[in-house]
Ligand binder design. Structure first.
Ligand code: ADP
Ligand code: MN
Ligand code: MN
Ligand code: MN
Length: 337
């Protein structure tokens, strides 16, 4: 291989929700290894990350995957640094305090596939609504599933890239889908979510659709919003062995509701209403198998000697998994050290 194409991916400085950016670097006789990815830079004044007068931001490669769709291609996830090498304020990954990869995360990414002409989800007519919710969740058939070819092709690309996708499913609303990615290590989980999102964005160009990450795209109607449930554990939770210890972890989340909601995605108040399998944004609760709770204790955890994992259901589809993981780790560590 003479010329490798390295797609450097980063998060821009847009608020309240950061977007993906990328550009391609050609490297001759590339080894395929992360340590051989050169540091690079970009014009931060075009991405709300720097002033025009001192515009350079640095890209620090942190994870690499093969790009199944590009000849000699690689996907290089990067962190944004200031010109002096310190983490940029938009860099959520650098705030994760999990040196030993004690924390495991499984994120469930929900999203809507949108028609650019109607600006409505696939399956929604220009005016009015399709049949009410009910048949769409894990549904099959042309009247129930809208965009399956896209969902399946994205899955294949992710698997070929080496991302640890654990499953996909049709969701409760028409045109709404989900995939799950699991990783041991919070930074790796975040890297893989962002690269999977990148591949989804790129695939949307080919299909003439776009991805809607807004947590409540259909507004105040009887249609579900989109979340990104964060399933998490550390050694303490995986081996807790008692209801009291699991509940102590849940209780640690109660006094810091605002700090969590602050990084769980913009416009989440439209989704966390207490309806559609959510808890209200101003309430906090937890319970076994409770899909109306803030934190669900999965039946697995309760029936495996109170050892396993927890699910924070409040996280919205547009959240940054790095910032979510960083905040969950901070809270859990107040109990588990
Ligand atoms: P549901 O839709 O019922 O909420 P999913 O099957 O979609 O559940 O997602 C559950 C997620 O939990 C998966 O991504 C899985 O990898 C993750 N998970 C399972 N065990 C653990 C664990 N010990 N620590 C962290 N995440 C876990
Ligand atoms: Mn799920
Ligand atoms: Mn779901
Ligand atoms: Mn879930």
């Amino acid at each position: 291989m003479a010329f490798a194409k390295l797609e450097y991916i980063w998060l821009d400085g847009y608020k309240p929700t950061q977007s993906l950016r990328s550009k391609t670097k050609i490297v001759k006789d590339f080894s395929g290894k992360l340590e051989d990815c050169p540091e690079w830079s970009f014009d931060g004044s075009s991405t709300l990350q720097a002033d025009g007068s001192s515009s350079d931001c640095l890209l620090k490669p942190v994870a690499i995957f093969t790009d199944p769709e590009i000849k000699n291609g690689y996907l290089v996830m990067t962190e944004v640094l200031n010109a002096d090498g310190t983490p940029h304020e938009s860099n959520g990954r650098a705030t994760i305090d999990d040196e030993d990869d004690d924390f495991w995360f499984g994120f469930e990414q929900e999203y809507f596939l949108m028609d650019p002409e109607t600006k409505r989800p696939l399956g929604f007519p220009l005016n009015g609504y399709p049949e009410p919710q009910g048949p769409y969740y894990c549904g099959v058939g042309g009247q129930n599933a809208f965009g399956r070819a896209f969902k399946d092709e994205h899955l294949d690309i992710c698997l070929d890239a080496g991302l640890n996708v654990e499953g996909t499913n049709g969701e409760v609303a028409a045109g709404q889908w989900e995939w799950q990615i699991f990783a041991k290590g919070a930074q790796s989980a975040g890297d893989q979510i962002w690269v999977a999102r990148y591949l989804m964005e790129r695939l949307s160009e080919k299909y003439g659709v776009y991805i809607e990450y807004h947590p409540k795209p259909m507004g105040d109607t009887d249609w579900n919003g989109s979340g990104m449930h964060a399933n998490f554990s550390n050694e303490y939770i995986r081996t807790a062995g008692s209801k009291e210890k699991i509940e102590a972890v849940c209780e640690a989340f109660r006094p810091v509701v605002d700090e969590h909601i602050a990084v769980y995605g913009a416009h989440n108040e439209q989704r966390l209403t207490g309806e559609h399998e959510t808890q209200s944004i101003d309430q906090f609760s937890y319970g076994v198998s409770d899909r109306g709770a803030s934190i669900r204790i999965p039946i697995y955890t309760a029936t495996h000697g109170w050892s396993g994992y927890l699910e924070d259901r409040r996280v919205a589809s547009n959240a940054d998994p790095y910032k979510v993981a960083a905040r969950i780790i901070k809270t859990v560590k107040t109990v588990t050290g």
